[in-house]
Design a protein around this ligand. Structure first.
Ligand code: LLP
Length: 427
């Protein structure tokens, strides 16, 4: 039976109530909150590996490399879990590359995306020997060739082509439409490939696209695939062989009744199309981020005060928009649930943080039975939360714990106020 206090948590297979206590795998979250304090991010290793397994099942028998888009959650131990499971990484900065190396990732399985790579970043990535640069403009091609030549190397490149399909998601996270800053226009792709092939410091190895994030339908992927395969045919006809095809990331998760396809179901459809069009044996790559970690994590936060208002009641918690920026940035919905069932009359609250901005809210109009001192869990907090966290209001970033069965590993210490200004100097 579902009650308001201890609802089922759809999409969170390893985070569930047992006898009224919210557990991550075999551990009570209330015990972790007591031990490590709040706000606290808690991740389930099994949830990450089971999300990855859905992709692995989908690609069984195929030549495919999964490159985890680490911008979703770049904490070292999270990267380690995916590196140990055979993943490569999709990076967007030299900083992310440094994290991959620190976590024991294989640089040969790294692809470097992003519209504004600097010369210094290109140089570093070439010296470390990454697998591929996903290039987003002609200017970038010229500079990359130049940097590679100066090192006596050839940079492996793939061009990110903009398939111009609507992923039907939030405008801030749709990236494959005309008018986005990303990628090379479909119409000019063949000509840009010919240019790339003519540059002495480059070796063309692939094609890639990424149409957006939190995609919950199959159709945009199928449409993008058709557009990309049309191009592969044209590019190869023009004399430039394409070794791998990278379909980007973007698969959504269940935040609030969203029903994205499972990764293996999505890929069954996509692979059927690839087979039908004769590309089934190509080397494939994907760059999933959110779908590997989003529902593997929660953020625990303590109720500081409840504050009845004239129009609204506020539940003021110790996590804020600096820890969980998605509601403030995208009006994103995250479920907020108690760690322990409590009986009583539910009150409708706006759950807000202590930051001095009206935009500092985590959830609106949430019926909760709470009092000060209770700990709540903000769900679906594994992706784009800690990796987007800031020190606004000189708030140290939260601690992080990785749960593995009945073991809890503190994978990031809580930042102190001193840590937040350690690099500053008085004049
Ligand atoms: N590949 C590229 C080139 C990307 O730009 C992204 C995400 C991904 C892969 C991974 O996409 P995913 O599988 O995670 O959807 N901060 C926003 C999401 C921004 C996504 C940016 N690019 C959010 O919190 O919703």
């Amino acid at each position: 039976m579902t009650d308001l206090n201890t609802p089922d948590l759809p999409g969170h297979p390893f985070i569930a109530y047992q006898s009224g206590e919210l557990m991550a795998e075999g551990l009570a979250l209330s015990a972790l909150a007591r031990e490590h304090g709040t706000p606290l991010f808690v991740y389930s290793k099994a949830a990450m590996l089971s999300a990855l397994a859905a992709y692995q099942r989908g690609f069984a028998g195929r030549k495919a490399q999964i490159c985890y888009a680490m911008k979703a959650n770049s904490s070292l131990a999270v990267l380690q879990v995916f590196a140990d499971a055979g993943c490569g990484f999709d990076i967007v900065s030299a900083g992310e590359l440094a994290r991959v190396m620190a976590a024991g990732g294989d640089p040969a399985k790294v692809i470097f995306s992003g519209v504004g790579k600097s010369r210094a970043e290109m140089k570093q990535a070439l010296q470390i020997g990454i697998g591929c640069f996903n290039v987003e403009s002609e200017a970038e091609l010229d500079v990359l060739s130049d940097v590679a030549m100066s090192l006596g190397k050839k940079a492996p490149v793939s061009l990110r082509v903009n398939p111009n399909v609507d992923p039907k998601t939030h405008p801030y996270i749709s990236t494959g439409l005309k008018g986005n800053k990303f990628g090379i226009a479909h119409e000019s792709a063949v000509q840009v490939y010919q240019h790339a092939a003519s540059l002495p410091g480059l070796s063309v190895v692939g094609i890639d696209c990424h149409i957006g994030s939190q995609i919950t339908e199959v159709t945009p992927y199928l449409d993008a695939m058709d557009r990309i395969l049309d191009l592969v045919a044209d590019i190869e006809k023009a004399g430039v062989p394409i070794h791998h095809i990278d379909f980007g990331g973007g698969l959504g998760i269940n935040y609030n009744g969203d029903t994205p396809p499972a990764a293996d179901a999505l890929w069954a459809q996509l692979l059927a199309k690839l087979d039908a069009r004769g590309y089934g044996q190509r080397q494939l790559m994907i760059e999933p981020g959110r779908s590997l970690v989003g529902n593997a994590g929660v953020c625990l936060t303590e109720v500081v005060f409840t504050k009845p208002g004239e129009q609204k009641n506020f539940c003021i918690v110790d996590a804020a928009m600096n820890d969980l920026p998605r509601p403030a940035m995208y009006e994103a919905f995250h479920h907020i649930v108690p760690l322990q069932a409590r009986t009583g009359e539910a009150v409708t609250y706006d759950v807000v943080g202590p930051i001095c901005e009206s935009g500092d809210w985590l959830g609106r109009d949430r019926p909760l039975v709470v009092q000060a001192g209770d700990v709540l869990a903000v769900l679906s907090a594994g992706a784009y939360c800690m990796s987007m966290a800031s020190n606004y209001n000189t708030r140290g970033r939260a601690a992080e714990v990785l749960v593995d069965g009945t073991q809890a590993h503190l994978i990031r210490q809580r930042e102190s106020a001193f840590d937040t200004f350690a690099l500053e100097q008085l004049v």
